[in-house]
Design a protein around this ligand. Structure first.
Ligand code: NAD
Length: 441
């Protein structure tokens, strides 16, 4: 099938590459010239494991290219997917990109005589596809739904694991305005073995928020338990979670061996969630609930716990170093919101760095992939931690997990390690003479 994807960010590009791998011809459209020219040179505009190789492969095969020309691409395509951003601005979802591309797609649909399906893949609140996208498409195409199809197909990929998630999804949710729309759209996934759930548009829209809010809730719950653990002498939240995880409802048996489900990664304490999805989606869901006159107390608490969680690392740092951070050299290991990505959006590292600078500390940053404008970072971990008074671990990069107590002792002024992700074995670190503190401890 010929498919156009409007918006070539994380979701648009990864979806485009996986659909072309599945045998479709894909055109990715963006209004960012630099992005388009980079992609057409075989370079991904962002870091994601395996993405450059796949980009070269499908481009060489002639089944994938990027362009700014929306009208021509839509004209040629059977399916048009909307994957532009839906940021949260002042606590509310900003639909300006969605509205703009709906107009542009509508105008292009006007020129075709065939049946085409438009699908919203961007994360949008319940009602947006049916009450915002549909009237715009109808107005600008001068066609009615039925003459073209309309679906809502939420995306569940995780940055850092995006290609695997897109090529082998757990499930495909297709919200359809009518049966024909869903049936035609589902053809793009004909070669994927995942179960397909057909719903109405609003159910598909809410499914995405419900999934993200569930994981965010588990994280904030785990962080609240960490705060309680920290208040009790000799209690470590990490030990608490070991006992909780072994409940067979969380780690079931397969024969005589335990399965370790992915959900356990969300029932662990750390310095909070970040990224381009969880924080903005939970905030948008809370505002939506408010608008619906639903008192979403739990969701609001999830946001509050997360906002204040990075601050816990400063508390631990002061506990080890004293309240006055003026002139102290502090290394931050990790700028990305999680490993295997260079995405720093809403990363817990940002408020920590800001606060340390405000308190007069000298901050040295390292991250294997991520950069932040105006924030210098070192090329090696060794350089970052050299002669520092303390090291704060913010991102659980594999490179950091491998570091030994000896490494910290040899390079730091006084070895103080504040572990925001609990990646080290506290016993061996403490035994080696390191002042080791962290979330939940
Ligand atoms: P992004 O900001 O990385 O990319 C959006 C792209 O759309 C940008 O390249 C921008 O230039 C382009 N764009 C905006 N207006 C345009 C227009 N008029 N014409 C052409 N291109 C235009 O966003 P993203 O992270 O890919 O997210 C896209 C959507 O998918 C959001 O709704 C997000 O919530 C959702 N989502 C994201 C993820 C994720 O992990 N990033 C996962 C699931 C769902």
């Amino acid at each position: 099938m010929k498919i156009s994807i409007v918006g070539t960010g994380y979701v648009g590009l990864v979806t485009g590459l996986s659909l072309s791998t599945l045998g479709h011809e894909v055109i990715c459209i963006d209004n960012d010239k630099d992005k388009i020219s980079k992609i057409n040179k075989g370079e991904s505009p962002f870091y994601e494991p395996g993405i450059d190789d796949l980009l070269k492969k499908v481009s060489d095969k002639g089944v994938f290219y990027a362009t700014e020309n929306l009208e021509k691409s839509v004209f040629e395509s059977e399916v048009i997917i909307i994957a532009v951003g839906t940021p949260t601005v002042n606590g509310k979802i900003d639909l300006s990109f969605i509205k703009k591309v709906s107009q542009q797609i509508g105008k292009a649909l006007k020129k075709t005589k065939r049946y085409q399906v438009v699908a919203v893949k961007s994360t949008v609140l319940p009602g947006v596809t049916g009450k915002v996208v549909k009237p715009i498409l109808e107005k600008y195409s001068q066609k009615k739904v039925g003459e073209f199809g309309l679906c809502m197909n939420p995306e569940f990929l995780r940055e850092g694991n995006a290609l695997e998630d897109a090529l082998h999804p757990d499930r495909i949710v297709i919200g359809q305005i009518d049966e024909r729309s869903g049936k035609e759209f589902a053809k793009i996934y004909a070669k994927v073995s995942a179960p397909i759930i057909f719903t109405n548009l609003a159910t598909a829209e809410l499914t995405k928020y419900a999934a993200n809010a569930l994981f965010a809730t588990l994280i904030s719950y785990s962080n609240e338990i960490a705060r309680i653990s920290e208040s009790i002498e000799m209690v470590d939240a990490q030990d608490v979670w070991k006992g909780v995880h072994l409940d067979r409802r969380l780690s079931p048996f397969s024969g005589s061996t335990r399965i370790k489900p992915g959900i356990l990664n969300y029932i662990l304490s750390g310095c909070g969630f970040g990224g381009s999805c969880f924080p903005k989606d939970i905030q948008a869901l809370a505002s939506f609930a408010n608008h619906q006159k639903v008192e979403a107390k739990l969701i609001k608490s999830v946001i509050n716990v997360n906002k204040t969680q990075p601050q816990r690392l400063i508390v631990h740092l002061k506990d080890a170093l004293g309240d006055n951070l003026q002139g102290k050299r502090i290394a931050i290991l990790g700028l990305a919101f999680k490993p295997n990505t260079n995405d720093t959006r809403e990363s817990p590292a940002l408020p920590i760095i800001e606060e340390l600078i405000a308190e007069g500390a000298e901050v040295i940053i390292h991250d294997p992939m991520a950069k932040q404008e105006g924030t210098p970072r070192t090329d090696t971990v060794e350089e970052a931690i050299k002669n520092t008074d303390a090291v704060v671990i913010v991102t659980a990069w594999e490179e950091y997990i491998k570091l030994t107590p000896q490494f910290f002792k040899e390079n730091m002024k006084k070895p103080i390690v504040i572990d925001g992700r609990r990646i080290y074995d506290k016993h061996s670190f403490m035994k080696a003479g390191i002042i080791y503190k962290g979330i939940g401890l």
